[in-house]
Write a protein that binds this ligand. Structure first.
Ligand SMILES: *Cc1c(COP(=O)(O)O)cnc(C)c1O
Length: 387
Protein backbone atom coordinates (compact mmCIF):
# COMPACT_ATOMS: atom_id res chain seq x y z
CA UNK A 1 0.00 0.00 0.00
CA UNK A 2 2.95 2.33 -0.45
CA UNK A 3 2.28 2.76 -4.19
CA UNK A 4 3.19 6.40 -4.79
CA UNK A 5 0.23 6.91 -7.14
CA UNK A 6 -2.39 6.33 -4.43
CA UNK A 7 -4.02 9.40 -2.93
CA UNK A 8 -3.17 9.92 0.77
CA UNK A 9 -6.87 9.42 1.65
CA UNK A 10 -6.62 5.90 0.20
CA UNK A 11 -3.33 5.23 1.94
CA UNK A 12 -4.87 6.36 5.26
CA UNK A 13 -7.60 3.73 4.95
CA UNK A 14 -5.53 0.83 3.56
CA UNK A 15 -1.93 1.14 4.74
CA UNK A 16 -0.62 -1.42 7.21
CA UNK A 17 -3.31 -3.96 6.32
CA UNK A 18 -1.14 -6.35 4.31
CA UNK A 19 -1.87 -10.05 4.70
CA UNK A 20 -5.23 -9.70 6.49
CA UNK A 21 -7.01 -11.88 3.91
CA UNK A 22 -4.43 -14.64 4.47
CA UNK A 23 -5.23 -14.45 8.17
CA UNK A 24 -8.92 -14.69 7.29
CA UNK A 25 -9.76 -11.41 9.03
CA UNK A 26 -10.88 -7.95 7.92
CA UNK A 27 -10.38 -5.87 11.06
CA UNK A 28 -6.84 -5.21 12.29
CA UNK A 29 -5.68 -8.07 14.53
CA UNK A 30 -4.61 -7.20 18.08
CA UNK A 31 -1.68 -9.22 19.44
CA UNK A 32 -1.47 -8.73 23.20
CA UNK A 33 1.36 -11.22 23.80
CA UNK A 34 3.90 -10.07 26.35
CA UNK A 35 6.06 -13.04 25.43
CA UNK A 36 6.27 -15.21 22.33
CA UNK A 37 7.16 -18.86 21.72
CA UNK A 38 10.75 -19.43 20.56
CA UNK A 39 11.08 -21.98 17.72
CA UNK A 40 14.39 -23.23 19.16
CA UNK A 41 17.34 -21.75 21.05
CA UNK A 42 19.31 -20.94 17.91
CA UNK A 43 16.51 -19.04 16.18
CA UNK A 44 15.37 -17.53 19.48
CA UNK A 45 18.89 -16.17 19.97
CA UNK A 46 19.06 -14.82 16.42
CA UNK A 47 15.71 -13.09 16.89
CA UNK A 48 16.82 -11.57 20.19
CA UNK A 49 20.03 -10.36 18.58
CA UNK A 50 18.16 -8.71 15.69
CA UNK A 51 15.49 -7.07 17.84
CA UNK A 52 17.80 -5.70 20.53
CA UNK A 53 19.89 -4.32 17.67
CA UNK A 54 16.86 -2.32 16.50
CA UNK A 55 16.14 -4.58 13.52
CA UNK A 56 13.01 -6.55 12.59
CA UNK A 57 12.46 -10.15 13.67
CA UNK A 58 14.15 -12.45 11.12
CA UNK A 59 12.07 -14.63 8.78
CA UNK A 60 10.99 -17.75 10.68
CA UNK A 61 12.10 -16.18 13.93
CA UNK A 62 10.17 -14.97 16.96
CA UNK A 63 8.97 -11.61 18.25
CA UNK A 64 10.54 -12.84 21.54
CA UNK A 65 9.11 -10.29 24.00
CA UNK A 66 6.59 -7.46 23.95
CA UNK A 67 9.20 -4.81 24.76
CA UNK A 68 11.14 -5.80 21.64
CA UNK A 69 8.44 -6.06 18.95
CA UNK A 70 4.67 -6.05 18.60
CA UNK A 71 2.96 -6.80 15.27
CA UNK A 72 -0.13 -4.67 16.00
CA UNK A 73 2.06 -1.65 16.72
CA UNK A 74 4.21 -2.49 13.68
CA UNK A 75 1.15 -2.30 11.42
CA UNK A 76 0.34 1.18 12.73
CA UNK A 77 3.97 2.22 12.24
CA UNK A 78 3.92 1.02 8.65
CA UNK A 79 0.73 2.98 7.96
CA UNK A 80 2.09 6.19 9.50
CA UNK A 81 5.34 5.83 7.56
CA UNK A 82 3.34 5.52 4.32
CA UNK A 83 1.41 8.72 5.14
CA UNK A 84 4.62 10.63 5.96
CA UNK A 85 6.44 9.33 2.87
CA UNK A 86 9.03 7.77 5.19
CA UNK A 87 10.85 4.42 5.06
CA UNK A 88 9.71 3.57 8.56
CA UNK A 89 8.03 4.88 11.70
CA UNK A 90 8.69 4.02 15.34
CA UNK A 91 5.88 4.32 17.89
CA UNK A 92 6.36 5.23 21.55
CA UNK A 93 4.39 5.30 24.78
CA UNK A 94 3.89 9.09 24.43
CA UNK A 95 5.01 12.06 22.40
CA UNK A 96 7.52 12.92 25.13
CA UNK A 97 8.89 9.36 25.05
CA UNK A 98 9.43 9.91 21.32
CA UNK A 99 11.27 13.22 21.88
CA UNK A 100 13.36 11.55 24.58
CA UNK A 101 14.25 8.61 22.32
CA UNK A 102 15.34 10.97 19.53
CA UNK A 103 17.62 12.93 21.89
CA UNK A 104 19.05 9.73 23.38
CA UNK A 105 19.57 8.03 20.01
CA UNK A 106 21.04 10.97 18.09
CA UNK A 107 22.84 12.82 20.89
CA UNK A 108 23.34 11.07 24.22
CA UNK A 109 24.37 7.77 22.59
CA UNK A 110 26.89 9.53 20.29
CA UNK A 111 29.74 12.03 20.57
CA UNK A 112 27.37 14.81 19.50
CA UNK A 113 25.94 15.68 22.87
CA UNK A 114 24.43 19.04 22.03
CA UNK A 115 20.80 19.70 21.03
CA UNK A 116 19.62 22.91 19.41
CA UNK A 117 15.99 23.77 20.19
CA UNK A 118 14.29 26.24 17.84
CA UNK A 119 11.77 28.16 19.91
CA UNK A 120 8.81 28.27 20.21
CA UNK A 121 8.49 24.62 21.19
CA UNK A 122 5.84 22.60 23.01
CA UNK A 123 6.22 23.27 26.75
CA UNK A 124 7.11 19.66 27.55
CA UNK A 125 9.87 19.60 24.92
CA UNK A 126 11.19 22.98 26.02
CA UNK A 127 11.38 21.95 29.67
CA UNK A 128 12.80 18.49 28.88
CA UNK A 129 15.76 20.18 27.17
CA UNK A 130 16.03 22.99 29.74
CA UNK A 131 15.97 20.47 32.59
CA UNK A 132 19.02 18.64 31.17
CA UNK A 133 17.65 15.30 32.30
CA UNK A 134 19.05 13.38 29.37
CA UNK A 135 22.79 13.97 29.70
CA UNK A 136 23.01 16.38 26.78
CA UNK A 137 23.70 20.10 26.54
CA UNK A 138 21.21 22.38 24.86
CA UNK A 139 20.84 25.83 23.35
CA UNK A 140 17.60 27.57 22.41
CA UNK A 141 17.44 29.95 19.48
CA UNK A 142 15.03 31.47 16.98
CA UNK A 143 14.54 30.16 13.46
CA UNK A 144 16.98 32.66 11.92
CA UNK A 145 19.84 31.90 14.34
CA UNK A 146 20.22 28.16 13.70
CA UNK A 147 23.36 28.49 11.55
CA UNK A 148 25.05 30.64 14.24
CA UNK A 149 24.18 28.25 17.07
CA UNK A 150 25.21 24.95 15.43
CA UNK A 151 28.30 23.55 17.18
CA UNK A 152 30.71 20.83 16.04
CA UNK A 153 29.05 18.55 18.60
CA UNK A 154 25.42 19.36 17.73
CA UNK A 155 23.66 16.05 17.15
CA UNK A 156 20.09 17.22 16.62
CA UNK A 157 18.03 20.31 15.82
CA UNK A 158 14.46 20.23 17.16
CA UNK A 159 11.83 22.52 15.67
CA UNK A 160 8.06 22.73 15.51
CA UNK A 161 5.69 24.12 12.90
CA UNK A 162 2.98 25.28 13.22
CA UNK A 163 4.31 26.00 16.69
CA UNK A 164 2.42 25.75 19.95
CA UNK A 165 0.51 27.90 20.93
CA UNK A 166 1.02 30.90 18.61
CA UNK A 167 0.85 28.90 15.36
CA UNK A 168 4.12 30.45 14.14
CA UNK A 169 5.10 28.93 10.81
CA UNK A 170 8.72 27.92 10.38
CA UNK A 171 10.34 27.20 7.01
CA UNK A 172 11.59 23.63 7.40
CA UNK A 173 13.90 23.74 4.34
CA UNK A 174 15.47 26.98 5.61
CA UNK A 175 16.24 25.43 9.01
CA UNK A 176 17.56 22.27 7.32
CA UNK A 177 19.85 24.40 5.13
CA UNK A 178 21.17 26.24 8.21
CA UNK A 179 21.69 22.95 10.06
CA UNK A 180 24.05 21.60 7.37
CA UNK A 181 24.54 17.89 7.97
CA UNK A 182 23.01 17.93 11.47
CA UNK A 183 19.69 16.03 11.43
CA UNK A 184 16.54 18.12 11.93
CA UNK A 185 13.53 16.81 13.82
CA UNK A 186 10.20 18.51 13.08
CA UNK A 187 7.37 18.18 15.56
CA UNK A 188 4.51 17.70 13.07
CA UNK A 189 1.77 17.23 15.70
CA UNK A 190 -0.30 20.29 14.75
CA UNK A 191 -0.20 19.77 10.98
CA UNK A 192 -0.39 15.95 10.84
CA UNK A 193 0.74 14.14 7.68
CA UNK A 194 -2.49 15.34 6.06
CA UNK A 195 -1.26 18.94 5.92
CA UNK A 196 2.53 18.68 6.03
CA UNK A 197 5.28 16.13 5.37
CA UNK A 198 8.54 17.38 6.94
CA UNK A 199 10.72 14.72 5.31
CA UNK A 200 9.81 16.09 1.88
CA UNK A 201 11.46 19.37 2.97
CA UNK A 202 14.69 17.79 4.16
CA UNK A 203 13.91 16.97 7.80
CA UNK A 204 15.38 13.67 9.02
CA UNK A 205 12.62 12.95 11.57
CA UNK A 206 8.90 13.84 11.68
CA UNK A 207 7.58 13.52 15.22
CA UNK A 208 3.98 13.23 16.36
CA UNK A 209 2.27 13.36 19.66
CA UNK A 210 -0.17 10.74 18.36
CA UNK A 211 -2.22 11.56 21.47
CA UNK A 212 -3.59 14.49 19.48
CA UNK A 213 -4.95 14.33 15.90
CA UNK A 214 -3.76 10.83 15.02
CA UNK A 215 -5.65 9.22 17.90
CA UNK A 216 -8.24 11.94 17.53
CA UNK A 217 -10.69 10.75 20.19
CA UNK A 218 -9.02 11.74 23.44
CA UNK A 219 -8.47 8.17 24.60
CA UNK A 220 -4.84 7.33 23.74
CA UNK A 221 -1.46 8.65 24.91
CA UNK A 222 1.13 7.89 22.25
CA UNK A 223 4.00 9.21 20.16
CA UNK A 224 5.65 8.29 16.87
CA UNK A 225 8.58 9.28 14.69
CA UNK A 226 8.67 8.78 10.91
CA UNK A 227 12.20 8.58 9.51
CA UNK A 228 14.72 6.67 7.36
CA UNK A 229 15.56 3.02 8.07
CA UNK A 230 18.91 3.77 9.73
CA UNK A 231 17.43 6.29 12.16
CA UNK A 232 14.58 3.86 12.89
CA UNK A 233 17.12 1.24 13.98
CA UNK A 234 18.74 3.70 16.38
CA UNK A 235 15.32 4.71 17.78
CA UNK A 236 14.15 1.11 18.24
CA UNK A 237 17.37 0.27 20.09
CA UNK A 238 16.63 3.06 22.54
CA UNK A 239 12.94 2.08 22.78
CA UNK A 240 13.85 -1.51 23.57
CA UNK A 241 16.53 -0.56 26.07
CA UNK A 242 14.46 2.07 27.90
CA UNK A 243 11.10 0.33 27.56
CA UNK A 244 9.17 3.30 26.12
CA UNK A 245 6.99 0.99 24.01
CA UNK A 246 3.42 1.64 22.92
CA UNK A 247 0.78 -0.75 24.19
CA UNK A 248 -0.77 -2.84 21.37
CA UNK A 249 -4.31 -1.72 22.24
CA UNK A 250 -3.16 1.87 21.78
CA UNK A 251 -1.47 0.85 18.52
CA UNK A 252 -4.78 -0.59 17.33
CA UNK A 253 -6.72 2.57 18.23
CA UNK A 254 -4.18 4.79 16.47
CA UNK A 255 -4.27 2.65 13.35
CA UNK A 256 -8.06 2.80 13.34
CA UNK A 257 -7.84 6.57 13.85
CA UNK A 258 -5.58 6.99 10.81
CA UNK A 259 -8.35 5.89 8.47
CA UNK A 260 -10.46 8.96 9.34
CA UNK A 261 -7.56 11.37 9.91
CA UNK A 262 -7.79 13.14 6.52
CA UNK A 263 -11.57 13.56 6.80
CA UNK A 264 -11.40 14.74 10.42
CA UNK A 265 -8.58 17.12 9.66
CA UNK A 266 -10.40 18.77 6.77
CA UNK A 267 -13.70 19.08 8.65
CA UNK A 268 -12.02 20.46 11.80
CA UNK A 269 -10.06 22.89 9.63
CA UNK A 270 -13.26 24.14 7.99
CA UNK A 271 -14.73 24.76 11.45
CA UNK A 272 -11.53 26.52 12.52
CA UNK A 273 -11.72 28.88 9.53
CA UNK A 274 -15.25 29.89 10.57
CA UNK A 275 -14.24 30.30 14.22
CA UNK A 276 -11.12 32.34 13.34
CA UNK A 277 -13.14 34.65 11.06
CA UNK A 278 -15.69 35.22 13.84
CA UNK A 279 -13.00 35.89 16.45
CA UNK A 280 -11.20 38.39 14.19
CA UNK A 281 -14.34 40.52 14.21
CA UNK A 282 -14.94 40.35 17.96
CA UNK A 283 -14.08 43.49 19.99
CA UNK A 284 -12.95 41.49 23.07
CA UNK A 285 -10.27 39.76 21.00
CA UNK A 286 -7.02 41.67 20.46
CA UNK A 287 -5.33 39.13 18.20
CA UNK A 288 -6.16 35.86 16.44
CA UNK A 289 -3.29 33.44 15.90
CA UNK A 290 -4.38 31.33 12.94
CA UNK A 291 -2.09 30.89 9.96
CA UNK A 292 -4.71 31.34 7.22
CA UNK A 293 -3.33 34.88 6.95
CA UNK A 294 0.26 33.68 6.47
CA UNK A 295 2.44 36.09 4.50
CA UNK A 296 5.63 34.00 4.43
CA UNK A 297 4.58 31.75 1.56
CA UNK A 298 4.76 28.65 3.78
CA UNK A 299 0.99 28.14 3.64
CA UNK A 300 0.18 26.54 0.31
CA UNK A 301 3.68 25.16 -0.20
CA UNK A 302 5.13 23.45 2.90
CA UNK A 303 1.83 23.55 4.82
CA UNK A 304 -1.23 22.53 2.81
CA UNK A 305 -3.81 24.14 5.10
CA UNK A 306 -3.98 26.27 8.26
CA UNK A 307 -5.20 23.39 10.44
CA UNK A 308 -7.66 23.43 13.32
CA UNK A 309 -5.81 25.13 16.19
CA UNK A 310 -6.71 28.75 16.90
CA UNK A 311 -5.20 30.90 19.65
CA UNK A 312 -6.49 34.30 20.69
CA UNK A 313 -5.27 37.26 22.70
CA UNK A 314 -7.96 38.68 24.98
CA UNK A 315 -8.08 42.44 25.59
CA UNK A 316 -8.93 41.85 29.23
CA UNK A 317 -5.75 39.76 29.83
CA UNK A 318 -5.59 36.98 32.43
CA UNK A 319 -8.89 37.91 34.14
CA UNK A 320 -10.73 37.83 30.82
CA UNK A 321 -9.14 34.44 30.07
CA UNK A 322 -10.36 33.12 33.44
CA UNK A 323 -13.90 34.37 32.73
CA UNK A 324 -13.86 33.11 29.13
CA UNK A 325 -12.68 29.56 29.91
CA UNK A 326 -15.21 29.16 32.71
CA UNK A 327 -18.15 30.45 30.63
CA UNK A 328 -17.70 28.11 27.65
CA UNK A 329 -20.21 25.25 27.51
CA UNK A 330 -19.38 23.19 24.41
CA UNK A 331 -15.61 23.66 24.64
CA UNK A 332 -14.16 21.62 27.49
CA UNK A 333 -11.58 23.46 29.61
CA UNK A 334 -8.76 20.93 29.31
CA UNK A 335 -5.26 20.52 27.93
CA UNK A 336 -4.48 18.38 24.88
CA UNK A 337 -5.86 18.98 21.41
CA UNK A 338 -6.75 17.45 18.09
CA UNK A 339 -9.75 15.37 19.15
CA UNK A 340 -13.26 15.29 17.75
CA UNK A 341 -14.46 17.59 20.54
CA UNK A 342 -13.38 21.20 21.07
CA UNK A 343 -11.05 22.11 23.93
CA UNK A 344 -9.77 25.37 25.45
CA UNK A 345 -6.75 25.96 27.67
CA UNK A 346 -4.49 28.75 28.95
CA UNK A 347 -0.90 28.00 27.82
CA UNK A 348 0.95 30.39 30.17
CA UNK A 349 -0.66 28.85 33.26
CA UNK A 350 -0.71 25.22 32.18
CA UNK A 351 0.94 23.69 29.09
CA UNK A 352 3.76 26.27 28.94
CA UNK A 353 3.98 26.98 32.68
CA UNK A 354 7.57 25.71 32.98
CA UNK A 355 8.86 27.54 29.91
CA UNK A 356 11.30 30.37 30.77
CA UNK A 357 9.46 33.73 31.14
CA UNK A 358 11.07 35.25 28.04
CA UNK A 359 9.74 32.40 25.86
CA UNK A 360 6.40 31.86 27.65
CA UNK A 361 3.17 32.87 25.87
CA UNK A 362 1.41 35.96 27.22
CA UNK A 363 -1.16 35.69 30.03
CA UNK A 364 -3.80 37.10 27.64
CA UNK A 365 -3.53 34.10 25.28
CA UNK A 366 -5.92 31.16 25.27
CA UNK A 367 -5.65 28.25 22.88
CA UNK A 368 -8.62 26.60 21.18
CA UNK A 369 -8.60 23.13 19.63
CA UNK A 370 -11.50 23.10 17.19
CA UNK A 371 -13.43 19.85 16.94
CA UNK A 372 -16.14 18.36 14.76
CA UNK A 373 -19.17 20.02 16.34
CA UNK A 374 -21.39 22.28 14.23
CA UNK A 375 -19.49 25.52 13.49
CA UNK A 376 -22.55 27.63 14.33
CA UNK A 377 -22.82 26.04 17.76
CA UNK A 378 -19.12 26.66 18.40
CA UNK A 379 -19.41 30.33 17.38
CA UNK A 380 -22.49 30.78 19.58
CA UNK A 381 -20.63 29.26 22.54
CA UNK A 382 -17.64 31.57 21.97
CA UNK A 383 -19.90 34.61 21.54
CA UNK A 384 -21.65 33.87 24.82
CA UNK A 385 -18.37 33.30 26.69
CA UNK A 386 -16.80 36.50 25.31
CA UNK A 387 -19.90 38.63 26.00
C1 LIG B 1 1.21 17.06 23.35
C2 LIG B 1 2.40 17.42 22.56
C3 LIG B 1 3.62 16.77 22.74
C4 LIG B 1 3.82 15.72 23.81
O1 LIG B 1 3.10 14.57 23.53
P1 LIG B 1 2.52 13.59 24.70
O2 LIG B 1 1.81 12.56 23.89
O3 LIG B 1 1.65 14.41 25.57
O4 LIG B 1 3.70 13.06 25.43
C5 LIG B 1 4.68 17.13 21.94
N1 LIG B 1 4.55 18.10 20.98
C6 LIG B 1 3.39 18.75 20.79
C7 LIG B 1 3.29 19.80 19.74
C8 LIG B 1 2.28 18.44 21.56
O5 LIG B 1 1.12 19.10 21.37
Amino acid sequence: MSEPDLHPDTVAVHAGREGLAELGVHALPIDLSSTNPLPDIERGGDSYEALTGGRRPPEGGSNVYGRLWNPTVARFEQALAALEGADEAVAFASGMAAVTAAVLALCAATDNRHVLGVRPLYGGTDSLLAGELLGVEHTFCGMDAVADEIRPDTGLVIMETPANPTLDLVDIAAVVAQAGDVPVLVDNTFATPVLQNPLAHGARLALHSATKYIGGHGDVIAGAIACDAETAIALRKVRTATGSVLHPLAGYLLHRGLATLPVRMRAQQENARVVAAFLRRHPAVSHVYYPDDDTTGILGTQLRGPGAMVSIGLRGGYDAAERFTSRLRIFTHAVSLGGVDSLVQHPAAISHRHVAPEARPGADIVRLSIGLEDAGDLVADLEHALG
